[in-house]
Ligand binder design. Structure first.
Ligand SMILES: [Zn+2]
Ligand SMILES: [Zn+2]
Length: 340
């Protein structure tokens, strides 16, 4: 089968024929139709993720059609159209049992990171990780549900503890952020978007942000005060992953405000003033990826028209290296999706 293989860090992917995976009991093979491209793919290909061993097939936003199922599989059947949850979880630990499968204590790997992923004609996944999509959702849209939509959904629904009427600043309106804007608006929040790329901000406004703040051309704190008429906001959703941005974003918060970290830097810490934290009773929490249940719910949200998947462009597998270059440029609006 054709696959894009990461054989060397900081080098183009190699498009080649590799053996098809063998189906095992409890697992299934999926004929991949679409796979989204994420900023994490750039981290993986640069060698910044210490757990990733090469060679590996990247791609963790996967949608396709079930091709074959292993022994004992009853939840899905060949021909089913599915989106793939990419964390291989144990199903038995405390986190799995309580529905926090994104935090599984016995994580068996991540498709597209430590295990082969979706930038290939076929991917092997646990059957329990395949979630049926509805016919209204295309494979391209379904692919990006798996991370670009479900990750900000998890952050806003499970971690941010937001209430309608509150004000949120979303820092970074790229692939995740443009969906975060829509989810936050649907939850009744007043949304302010911060980014350094004007085209991203213009799109954020079209999708429901009330104010767009370009932090490359002015002081975002001043702009936030001006926009809100108050000295801050209730919640910050930090998606950029830049330590400096996270540090600055703490100053956007009103007393008792909460910052939710989704973006992260693989190695660099960010500085926090304990005095600021204590004097304003601030909270910092973090949000990792999404759960299976989040994925089920975002399918309903997309069906209901509450979130519209933003796809700038689809490209064939043969052009995946050009797609990586485009994403690196920082200009992509929403997601690029590889069609396979
Ligand atoms: Zn991702
Ligand atoms: Zn577990």
């Amino acid at each position: 089968m054709k696959a894009a293989v990461l054989k060397q860090f900081n080098a183009p992917l190699s498009i080649e024929d590799i053996p098809e995976p063998m189906v095992e009991p409890g697992w299934a093979l999926v004929r991949v139709k679409a796979c989204g491209l994420c900023g994490t793919d750039l981290k993986i290909s640069s060698g910044a993720m210490p757990n990733v061993k090469i060679p590996v097939v990247p791609g963790h936003e996967i949608a396709g059609e079930v091709l074959k199922v292993g022994e004992g599989v009853t939840n899905i059947a060949p021909g089913d159209q599915v989106v793939v949850y990419t964390y291989v979880t144990c199903g038995r630990c405390r986190e799995c049992q309580e529905g926090w499968d994104n935090l599984c204590a016995n994580l068996g790997g991540i498709l597209g990171s430590t295990l082969n992923g979706g930038d290939a004609e076929i991917v092997k996944a646990p059957a329990a990780n395949l979630i049926p999509i509805t016919p209204q959702i295309s494979f391209e849209q379904a692919a990006i549900l798996a991370d670009a939509i479900a990750t900000p959904y998890h952050a806003l629904r499970r971690r941010a503890k937001v209430e309608a009427g509150q004000t949120i600043v979303i820092v970074g309106v790229g692939g995740l952020g443009l969906h975060a804007v829509q989810i936050a608006s649907a939850l009744g929040l007043h949304v302010l978007a911060v980014d350094v790329e004007q085209s991203h901000l213009d799109m954020a406004v079209k999708l429901g942000a009330e104010f767009a703040i370009n932090s490359a051309v002015g002081d975002p704190l001043e702009a936030i005060f001006k926009a809100t008429g108050k000295r801050g906001v209730d919640v910050v959703l930090e998606l950029s992953g830049y330590p400096e941005a996270a540090r600055n974003a703490l100053s956007f918060l009103l007393p008792r405000g909460r910052m939710v970290l989704v973006g992260y830097h693989a190695t660099q810490p960010f500085e926090v003033s304990s005095k600021t934290m204590v004097s304003k009773e601030l909270e910092i929490c973090a949000s990792r990826f999404c759960t299976r249940q989040d994925l089920v719910e975002v399918i309903e949200w997309v069906d209901a028209g509450k979130v519209n998947p933003i796809i700038q462009e689809t490209m064939p597998l043969s052009q995946i290296n050009q797609a990586y270059q485009k994403l690196k440029s920082g200009k992509v609006l929403g997601r690029l999706v590889i069609q396979i």
